[in-house]
Design a protein around this ligand. Structure first.
Ligand SMILES: [Cu+2]
Length: 656
């Protein structure tokens, strides 16, 4: 057996939970199996001049099974994601059916969902009760202290129909605060339920409960995650499906395909590394250690000192020959730009984030953190076929030399995750034998650290670009501050939340004289804002995410915007997250139809920790004079204040 060095997390989380379940399953005594799938992209993928370690080992003569040697409870707790037992999804969930369908006759291309009057008034609420706690699991065979909802990783699915209300009661059984964000939801009229601690609410104190209530005003695929520091990368995230009109028919909804990088460490120590990374050192921490599909992958145990079981098991999916399958791809990573493919298959992209688009075909989908794509894949093979689904972040993005590296940082060991897709008559006891069909040149820095070209992504419901009422310019840059910590800046200022004094709630009291680190931009009663982002100095790609809106993406590229060019001005791409290319620019526009205070931030966990956020205050007279904040928000702050009166909260980062 490999070394059994205790997790560094033990001291942080308390030792009670660490390793508690391992003897129960007895999997430490499992035989050392073979190492798993073959090297990521064939023998030439790893160029000796750029790797910091060896890739996965090549297959040996040992047989191995995709279902792995660990029981599901050991890898994923009470979650059934990634198993062949997991059911497919219906076209909608129970509810009233006016004209035979929960949304009546509304179609993707004739209904503007940003107008609340057009959203189906179903009268339905979907209720969830969640408990957040510590739990030790080994998603890739490496034992780690996770933070999870209801004992599941990835977390439980939220499923509703378009127009439904969603109510989630969260009980915090951690020994620190938390708050949950519902990514991509507009939160019109409910900005206090957006889940940003220190911005829209006080954190939920240990032992306390808080109930979120918000409406599904948009439909498609999304995810939820903790917005407390980088907490989500240790397990606090999960998928969301909002059923709505379908324009491009499919036969089977396979559901969420959750894609992430993975770190064999607790988030707090990772964030500590983030602040004191070295620009010149051989390793620029933190490097990811592995990648997961629906919370699973194998890991080569020789690369870790932690308790590790080889061939833990990879995710598995079912294809039915001749049928069209909907896959809901979600990037829930901390940092990685993820490249997704299915060996030899065409992928028909039908939605990006919560925005249905005119379909187009590709063989490679690129997703920055927070982004989603719905794809339809036709099962064109024989009934006995098996094929690899794969995703990678490529070789580590810190060469040297730069050039033939990926867009993300990793330690060079687990840069790819595979999942087995089995047709109905395939032998599920053996792994697929298909090979990668994507050329390595398509995943290299810097030219591929971007989303698909904007002219390819045309929303089904057209909204033309208007002249903006106001334009904001931001320069995004990074540097060490006076205490030697690495920080990200927007116009030379960096964001810090005050957990005890949330910005939205202060604004509701009429107090809008914020300190500069609150980064509040008062947009008054302007109806539209154009934002021009310019990334300089440090060639990272940034997945910029707006809360409370979808943004029109007018232009993006490497270099500087010419001040004029707009792609598809009659109907530009809309989404809630868009990649800014390394040393590139991004021009977006937002219709300010949603009062509140809304963050616009980089979704790389390290960058938001380092302050890469601004907040847009929208319809200021309403927010300061008329907005009626539920009493429960103040009670949450009283509970949080009581906790912080007796416990020192070590806020290591911006708070978000
Ligand atoms: Cu960033």
């Amino acid at each position: 057996m490999r070394a059994v060095t205790k997790l560094s997390a033990a001291a942080f989380w308390g030792s009670a939970v660490v390793s508690a379940w391992a003897p129960q399953f007895g999997w430490k005594s499992k035989p050392q199996g073979s190492p798993g799938p073959s090297g990521p992209h064939g023998p030439n993928f790893w160029n000796s001049s750029q790797t910091q370690g060896s890739p996965w080992p090549h297959p040996t003569s040992h047989p191995w099974s995709p279902s792995g040697v660990l029981p599901q409870n050991a890898t994923n707790g009470l979650s059934s994601w990634g198993t062949l037992d997991h059911p497919d999804f219906p076209g909608w969930v129970d509810g009233p059916l006016p004209q035979g369908c929960p949304w009546g006759l509304r179609q993707q291309n004739d209904t503007n969902p940003y107008n609340e009057k057009n959203v189906p008034n179903t009268g339905m609420t979907r209720y969830y009760e969640w408990e957040i706690s510590n739990k030790t699991m080994a998603p890739d065979g490496v034992e780690l202290g996770l933070l999870v909802v209801n004992g599941q990783f990835p977390g439980p699915l939220i499923e509703a129909n378009w127009g439904d209300w969603i109510e989630v009661k969260i009980t915090n059984n951690l020994n620190e605060g938390t708050a949950m964000h519902w990514h991509g939801f507009l939160q019109k009229g409910t900005p206090w339920y957006d889940g940003t601690p220190g911005l829209s609410q006080c954190p939920i104190a240990p032992g306390k409960s808080f109930t979120y209530r918000f409406r599904a005003e948009l439909y498609g695929t999304s995810w939820w995650h903790s917005h407390w520091s980088a907490q989500y990368l240790n397990g606090l995230s999960g998928p969301i499906i909002i059923h709505g009109p379908v324009a491009d028919q499919y036969d089977v909804d396979l559901g969420p395909v959750m894609l992430t990088d993975w770190f064999h460490a607790d988030y707090y120590s990772l964030v500590q590394q983030v602040f004191f990374a070295s620009e010149v050192g051989p390793i620029f921490p933190p490097n990811s250690n592995n990648m997961l599909i629906n919370g699973k992958n194998n890991y080569d145990c020789k690369n870790t000192n932690l308790t590790c079981t080889p061939n833990a098991g990879v995710s598995q999916f079912r294809f039915q020959s001749g049928k069209k399958h909907l896959l809901r791809l979600v990037n829930h990573a901390a940092e990685a730009v993820i490249f997704f493919s299915i060996d030899g298959y065409k992928l028909k992209v039908v939605a990006n984030d919560f925005v249905p688009i005119e379909p187009y075909y590709t063989d490679l989908v690129t997703l920055g953190v927070g982004q989603r794509s719905d794809i339809i894949v036709e099962a064109t093979g024989n009934s006995t076929d098996a094929v690899w689904m794969r995703m990678t972040e490529g070789p580590s993005g810190l060469g040297p030399p730069r050039g033939q590296t990926g867009c993300s940082l990793n330690d060079g060991h687990g840069v790819e995750a595979l999942a087995a897709i089995y047709y109905e008559d395939a032998d599920t006891s053996i792994p697929p034998t298909t090979s990668n069909t994507i050329d390595n040149s398509r995943i290299y820095f810097p030219l591929n650290c971007n989303n698909q070209p904007l002219n390819l992504t045309v929303p089904k419901y057209p909204i033309p670009v208007q002249d903006p009422d106001v334009t904001l310019n931001f320069t995004m840059s990074a540097k060490y501050n006076s205490t030697g910590a690495f920080k990200w800046y927007m116009n030379n200022e960096t964001y810090v939340a005050n957990y005890n004094d949330p910005t939205l709630l202060e604004a509701g009291l009429g107090n809008i004289d914020f300190p500069k680190e609150s980064r509040v931009f008062d947009l008054g009663t302007n109806k539209t804002v154009r934002i021009i982002m310019q990334s300089v100095g440090f060639p990272a790609s940034h997945p910029m995410h707006i809360h409370g809106f979808n943004m029109q993406v007018l232009s993006e590229g490497i270099g500087t915007w010419d001040g004029v060019s707009i792609t598809n001005p009659e109907n530009p791409q809309r989404r809630d997250t868009q990649l800014v290319q390394p040393n590139g620019y991004l021009v977006i526009q937002i219709e300010l139809d949603n009062w509140g205070v809304w963050p616009f931030h980089c979704h790389i966990a390290w960058h938001i920790s380092e302050g890469m956020n601004i907040n847009l205050m929208v319809n200021t007279p309403y927010v300061t004079n008329e907005m009626e904040i539920p009493y429960v928000m103040a009670q949450t702050c009283r509970d949080w204040a009581a906790f912080t009166n007796t416990t020192v909260v070590n806020q290591i980062d911006s708070g978000l």
